[in-house]
Design a binder for this molecule. Sequence first.
Ligand code: DMJ
Length: 799
Amino acid sequence: MNRVRDPFNLYNRPGTIAAINILRATATTAAVEIRDRAEKAAAVAQAAAKSADWHQAASRAAELAEQAAERTRDAVGAVAEAAEAAAKEVERALDQGFQLSTNEEDLEQGAGLLPLLPAAAEQEEEEEEDTEQMAFSVPRHVPSFTDPARQAEDRLWAAATRQRAGPSSGVLGGVQDKVGGFLNPDRRSLPMYKDKPYGYGPGGGRPRPLLRKKRVLGFLTLVILGLLWMTGFFDEHHERARAKLGDWGWLSSDMKRGGKADWMKRRERVVEAMELSWDAYERYAWGYDEFHPMSKTGRNMAPKGLGWIIIDSLDTLMIMNLTSRVTHAREWISKSLTWDQDQDVNTFETTIRMLGGLLSAYYLSTEYPNLAPISDDDVGAPGEDLYLEKARDLADRLMSAFDTPSGIPYASVNLGKFQGLPSHADNGASSTAEATTLQLEFKYLANLTGEKDFWDRSEKVMQVLDDNQAPDGLVPIYIQPSTGHFHTQNIRLGSRGDSYYEYLIKQFLQTKKAEPIYQEMWNDALQGIRKHLVTYTENSGFTIVGERPSGLDNHLSPKMDHLVCFLPGTIALAATEGLSEREARKKPGFWNKQREADMQLARELMQTCWGMYRYMATGLAAEITYFKIPSDPLPASNTHTPPPDSIFDDPLGPDATWRKDFEVHQFDSHNLQRPETVESLFYMYRITGEVKYREWGWEMFKSFVNYTAVEDGGGFTSLSNANKIPPVMKDNMESFWMAETLKYFYLLFSPEDLLPLDKVVFNTEAHPLPVFEVGRLLRTGWVRKPRTGTTGAGASGAA
Ligand code: DMJ
């Protein structure tokens, strides 16, 4: 084991060890980040000097330099916080009568040596012992909540978040008072890293000679902080921190002068919500697959964890340019993630969240290197393919789900055994949406790796399903892997049905419209939706999409899952094929009556989904909403005028007529932080350019912040009842809160050229993947069977 001298003879003082670890880790991360930013800015500045277009290059260099300065301020702030906490712990030790060793002989002989990297060493030992893993055991990189070092760390961090009672004593006291006070007027509200593994950051746990002696480290920290403080360096950081906290109590600065909304400021609020969510997870449940923000605990879904939250959130962190958090996530993926576990997982969920998340991270880190740049992610450097390697490994395991008699994938796979497993329920049937929402991911992976099997197996599913010739393109929600035939007659656009439709049009767009077969299937389905599922409410004429639980020839149930609210955005995306409505209307030979009607349907459904939020006490939609429709439902083709948007401002409040069209049952009144409505608002705003969609999104975002924020830096949580104030909280943060909901809010408030819709397709978990060209190897390998007719008489006749 590496050792250094311990002149203070502090060995076996867990508090001290923890303090030094925190200081060293924080300082290392800060130093690396500062260096990287500065190097990048310098490189661009040099290029600017040589560049012909020096104006543009110089302004880019200035931008980077500003970013570097901002990161530097943040990083130095973190070092200062850690220094203060560490110093307090040392003071505490000294207060307890702890003596410094001055014995030269001791020092010469190395007595009282302090082990380097104690956390890492302990971990190594644990790894050796820990050969037998039990289901749901705690992974290695999650700290034990009972070990003494952890408790000492807890004290440190608690100390760093407590308001100072008075001036502290000891060598560091005066500086701490000034720095601490300057940096953080209300420390309890500022989230801090707690569970960051020791040595985290590029360079891992390698000891750095300069930093070995804590006296040198402490001295250097003090000198740097002193110099920076004297030059007024902290003033702006202080302002920034205070502004952030002040603004959170809603929301004075989101308007420009003249009463116009400042969308960039509103977008910043979303970044803050993301930071709070991530930091809470990082602090209380790092490495776990589930996060329970109220009890501040985590839980795993597999013996060593699956990275469920880390991987699902990664591209949102990248898009928001939260570099240090991306670095931490990447570190975990590099050091702790393994798919080699004897664990059954859901094929669909693992594909859309984990495979989709990794592929998206790969795409963003290679195609948008300026988003959250990480130095060792550069082309040519080791580790550049980390995300792709992990994706490929996972995909190989998930492919075992497709080993079925029909080619329809099984609901689950055992990752470690490479084994597909039929569902335990539903007679072994798979959900239709689950079987048909894997294609974007596997096809992109085929494109990246050249492995045709990924393409062929996922495409085959579409053929087997379509061979059933579902009337009017509407598919029952279960399908049998053993036969390839549908199971039950239940048809809906909510759970188990939804993303089948979504992936039809997105497959068409993913391959630059080279596969018209999927657009045809989408068009059939949309006509089927109009014919069988769309109707209007009784009092105010809202447009809804109901369900046919007993097949197309039986009754229409006026029920909408929140999940159905992906539909307005997807209809608009299909109508313009990713263009803005203005461009689409101008494009020669493109616009027609059908596209016009589709946009109208998208607008009307969007309004209904917005109404589902307006109806609720918290302003947050329920999981399921029922609607009042006439006993003989009106067909979509009926002459119809949707209500004006101002209907939601009705001064009659709870007695407003429009409210009579909505109904939420108590057991459906939960809100799971779902993304579908803000997802649609994002598409609707991008495509129509109508600001009202942004405004609706802003109202929703405020409701999330007001009613789902958890005290004590816990982030945000789901609600068990969103229809009462205060709401009943549920103590669970879904991974799609950071993966999807916050990402779509961010994109809704962002300029339109960020991830343009003609360049990317978002998978169903909001992970952006690029559009690409099909080639001779990877192209459509099947044709549709001729249709034999349609069924049902539409909403009116069949009800
Ligand atoms: C996410 O996992 C995906 O959006 C999926 O398509 C539906 N369910 C959740 C979000 O509600």
